[in-house]
Design a protein around this ligand. Structure first.
Ligand SMILES: [Zn+2]
Length: 68
């Protein structure tokens, strides 16, 4: 017997258009992954970051601080 929940809602990841199940377990919804979420939030907008496989937290790159 198939016990799949027919009411599972799916959405398309706004970043890569992949189908994503909208479940409470998916903390990145409606994105498919943390990476896509970050991309959409513009945090990966700087083209300095080449998109590799690993999720990378933003590092404090030379902000315009007066630290010298
Ligand atoms: Zn995605």
């Amino acid at each position: 017997m198939n016990k799949q929940n027919p009411k599972t809602t799916t959405v398309n990841c706004p970043t890569c258009s992949k189908t994503v199940e909208w479940t409470g377990a998916n903390e990145y919804r409606p994105f498919c992954s943390k990476r896509c979420k970050l991309i959409d939030f513009g945090e990966w907008a700087t083209e300095k970051h080449s998109i590799a496989g690993d999720p990378v937290f933003l590092e404090d790159e030379e902000l315009d601080g007066p630290i010298q």
